[in-house]
Design a protein around this ligand. Structure first.
Ligand SMILES: Nc1ncnc2c1ncn2[C@@H]1O[C@H](COP(=O)(O)OP(=O)(O)OP(=O)(O)O)[C@@H](O)[C@H]1O
Ligand SMILES: [Mg+2]
Length: 426
């Protein structure tokens, strides 16, 4: 019998909590079980009610555990919210004219990780981007090169301490050990993006209910991380206010008849709505799009600014991939392509063994990514592994390990021995 390497991803979102149980085999991940529960204890991606969040986590984890036939003790949890910030940092070490060794690379990365982080923030990830050797920049693998001064550029992602502690507290109260805390859009990228997209340059936009995460990838690694506190619930709220309907009715209308812009809705189409007082009305379906269009434009303006900040207009060769439940709004992808001025595709978890059809939409990208984080489905195939690493293909095993698990250089490094101490995958 083959040994199982079970990892559980826990996506604690503003609208739903989703738990995914995966067996990470050499041949690729196998999804063994899934659980989902509506979420009521978060706002804009941040926990605002511990008990409600614990209840949602417990339900999702119970469901996932029983569908997989395993007892869940440890999870990789996703984090999002407007408090997440990313910045570039660099660190240098002397080589004294010798050949650069893997340990020099590690020292340079460690030095870049000592960037000043205020006391109210916690280091989540320090992802190596590229190296500079004696002024020669753009080096992806300096091992074996000769030089005097090696500089490592890393992208650092931090989270505010309090929302992070509250998320961890919820997991603890639900009886779970936290093995890893991962920036949610970074986790989604493992489910949604191809390695070619990560190498050539892609902006991943995870549009959730209460927030939208932005992650830019280039050269195979994360180069920019940010979150804007606007998501699909704002669309729903606009409909509720504009049509005088409950949030539930607005949500139903948005999903069934909503559209991102007016001109895609035929003028002849009508919808029935039930207003707060119980009155039923018949309206042109265009009214929904008239309400939603300005909010979509506003959202795309914010995203345009983010793409500008991360250099996406120069470097995102593969354009933009949108995921998350809010990306499902009819016409949003087409509107985004026009207003952002880049190619846009909607991304959902790629085909994974054992994957249930009910969980294949973009809303499950983060959950699936958290469970499969660190292992690409194609990693068992040599040819694709090379393509996957692209420019890294000559990297020695040790350095490859640094890059592949670059995302794992996170808070645990600063808190050795603490509650968040990184546990190896079982
Ligand atoms: N078919 C659809 N059309 C339009 N919007 C949709 C559709 N399906 C889901 N949504 C919206 O997607 C949002 C939820 O997305 P998702 O499940 O990715 O969020 P979340 O992970 O719970 O939240 P967050 O990431 O912000 O914490 C909700 O606003 C919901 O209304
Ligand atoms: Mg989400």
């Amino acid at each position: 019998m083959t040994r199982q390497n079970i990892v559980v991803g826990l996506d604690v979102g503003t609208t739903k909590v989703c738990a995914v149980v995966a067996d990470l085999r050499d041949s690729g991940p196998d999804i063994l079980g899934l659980g989902m529960s509506p979420s009521t204890g978060l706002r804009k991606g941040i926990v605002i009610n511990i008990d409600e969040t614990v209840g949602s986590i417990e339900k999702a984890v119970r469901e996932a555990g029983s569908s997989a036939g395993v007892r869940i003790k440890s999870v990789s949890v996703g984090i999002s919210g407007g408090h997440i910030k990313g910045f570039d940092s660099s660190g240098a070490v002397g080589i004294r004219g010798k050949e650069v060794s893997p340990s020099d690379v590690r020292r340079a990365i460690d030095s870049a990780k000592t960037a000043y982080i205020p006391l109210d923030r916690e280091l989540l990830h320090a992802v190596p981007a590229e190296f500079t050797l004696d002024g020669q920049d753009g080096i992806t693998n300096p091992v074996g090169m000769s030089g005097v001064r090696l500089e490592a550029g890393v992208h650092i992602v931090t989270a505010a301490v309090s929302p992070m502690q509250n998320l961890l507290k919820c997991c603890g109260k639900a009886g779970l050990e936290v093995a890893e805390v991962v920036f949610s859009p970074l986790a989604s990228s493992y489910a949604v993006l191809t390695q070619e997209e990560k190498s050539a340059g892609t902006v991943l936009i995870d549009m959730g209910g209460g927030s939208t995460g932005i992650a830019f990838f280039k050269g195979g690694s994360l180069r920019y991380a940010s979150v804007v506190a606007v998501g699909g619930n704002h669309f729903t709220n606009d409909l509720a206010v504009g049509l005088h309907v409950t949030m539930n009715e607005a949500e139903k209308l948005k999903r069934e008849a909503g559209a991102a812009y007016e001109s895609i809705v035929p003028s002849s189409e009508e919808i029935q709505i039930t207003q707060v007082g119980g009155q039923r009305r018949t309206l042109p379906r265009k009214y929904l799009a008239e309400i939603l269009q300005p909010r979509c434009e506003e959202m795309l303006d914010l995203l345009k600014e983010e793409i500008r900040k991360c250099g996406g207009y120069r470097n995102a060769i593969c354009g933009v991939v949108i995921t998350g439940g809010a990306s499902l709004l009819t016409g949003f992808g087409e509107m985004a392509e026009v207003l952002l001025g880049l190619p846009v595709r909607t991304g959902a978890p790629r085909e994974i063994k054992g994957f249930a059809v009910a969980f294949e939409g973009p809303a499950y990208s983060a959950g699936v990514g958290l469970a499969t984080y660190g292992q690409e489905p194609e990693s068992g195939k040599a040819a694709q592994t090379d393509a996957m690493h692209g420019v890294f293909s000559r990297v020695t095993d040790l350095v490859r390990d640094i890059f592949r698990h670059a995302d794992h250089f996170h808070l645990n490094n600063r808190k050795e021995g603490g509650v968040l101490c990184l546990k190896s995958r079982r």
